[in-house]
Write a protein that binds this ligand. Structure first.
Ligand SMILES: C=CC1=C(C)c2cc3[nH]c(cc4nc(cc5[nH]c(cc1n2)c(C)c5CCC(=O)O)C(CCC(=O)O)=C4C)c(C)c3C=C
Ligand SMILES: [Fe+2]
Ligand SMILES: [Fe+2]
Length: 341
């Protein structure tokens, strides 16, 4: 092979959010502390963040979250890691040997600095970074990419670098969730929820130079102005899914879960679950398209907590649609993102 047609050796870095090292209170405390001290996650002045996170949220939340993580934990570990590792391995199997797939977590392990150090030593011609978050949010994608760039910017040799920042409308991502959803007949459910991870409204507004998200029509259209607005991309993903699944507009609701305080994106998923039960709904089908791997937010929050809430208010069944995990179309989506980067 001549030098000119030699394939570029490419390191692919998949990044997911991360999970505690174990469900012990100490490890959950350490995870929450790293996560919530991130200025892209709790975006308030440094001193207020230190007081709020280290003296209030983490001490109170860690023991409660640890209990929940104990319920979630399997013999192999946390589902988020297990599914992300599986996806990374399947992607590796799909790519030719000039590509090497690595997996890192934004918080805890395997950490971005440790994995990037392995990648630095491998001396790749180029590195492609693919966050496992289809919709851009500064608290997820932005934070992962900032950390990657922080580490790489200190290297003496900086290889060719490609970054994927979002893919909320990628046809394979959409079709993967459509296939997951097709395992259930939505007509047998009283209502369908598309429940996305929540965000403070303030963080959503920050993607705009001027004005607020509520000044725009983010629930109905994507434009050059709002294409990085998390709310706009969540609604865009939903429109594509609902259209392909044939779910009429009056049969579904877009909602946002896991809020830390009141000024987060609305409607809140738990309130929608209660309202549906009060209206007499007995069966709900819930998609959670912001998560590409099942995790605490899907398995416990939707699968267990919303189930309990729904029953308490007269409903019967909250059916969670499994996340993408190791779905072949999800792997095809990742492959396409890598090849097109
Ligand atoms: C879509 C991706 C995510 C965004 C955006 C996001 C923003 C965000 N999250 C918190 C607070 C918490 N999130 C927690 C868990 C969690 N969050 C995501 C993804 C996004 N978060 C995932 C995949 C998970 C599950 C991790 C797992 O181990 O399974 C938690 C920890 C759990 C708990 O104690 O309840 C917190 C806390 C904020 C504040 C935020 C944006 C401002
Ligand atoms: Fe979160
Ligand atoms: Fe918006």
């Amino acid at each position: 092979m001549t030098e000119s047609i030699k394939k570029k050796r490419t390191g692919v870095l998949l990044v997911n959010l991360g999970t505690p090292d174990s469900p012990s209170v100490g490890d959950v405390r350490s995870y929450l502390s790293q996560f919530l001290n991130d200025p892209r996650v709790i975006d308030i002045p440094w001193i207020l963040r230190k007081i709020l996170v280290n003296l209030i949220i983490v001490p109170f939340r860690a023991p409660k979250s640890a209990k929940v993580y104990k319920e979630l934990w399997t013999e192999q570990g946390s589902p988020l890691i297990i599914y992300s590792e599986r996806a990374a391995q399947l992607l590796q199997d799909e790519l030719d040997p000039s590509y090497k797939v690595h997996l890192a977590m934004r918080y805890k392990n395997p950490s971005i600095p440790d994995v990037l150090e392995e990648m630095r030593k491998a001396n790749y011609d180029r590195i492609i970074v693919v966050p496992m978050f289809p919709q851009y949010a500064s608290a997820s994608t932005g934070s992962a990419l900032e950390e990657v760039m922080r580490v790489i910017s200190s290297w003496w040799v900086i290889p060719e670098l490609r970054i994927v920042s979002q893919y909320y409308d990628h046809p394979d991502y959409i079709d993967a969730f459509v296939e997951r959803g097709s395992a259930y007949n939505h007509q047998e459910y009283d209502h369908v929820l598309f429940s996305y991870h929540g965000l403070p409204e303030r963080q959503v507004d920050k993607v705009y130079g001027e004005g607020l998200c509520t000044d725009r029509d983010c629930e109905h259209e994507i434009t050059d102005e709002n294409k990085y607005c998390y709310k706009a991309t969540c609604y865009a993903t939903t429109r594509l899914l609902a259209q392909k699944l044939g779910i009429p507009e009056d049969h579904y609701t877009v909602c946002f879960q896991s809020r830390l305080d009141k000024k987060w994106l609305e409607p809140f998923s738990d309130k929608v679950v209660i309202d549906q039960a009060k209206k007499g709904a007995k069966k709900l089908l819930v998609f959670s398209p912001a998560f590409t791997a099942d995790c605490l937010e899907t398995i416990i929050e939707i699968g267990d907590e919303y189930q309990e809430l729904f029953e308490e208010h007269g409903g019967d069944k909250v059916q969670l649609v499994e996340s993408l995990n190791d779905h072949p179309l999800w792997i095809r989506c990742l492959k396409d993102l890598v090849l097109m980067a």
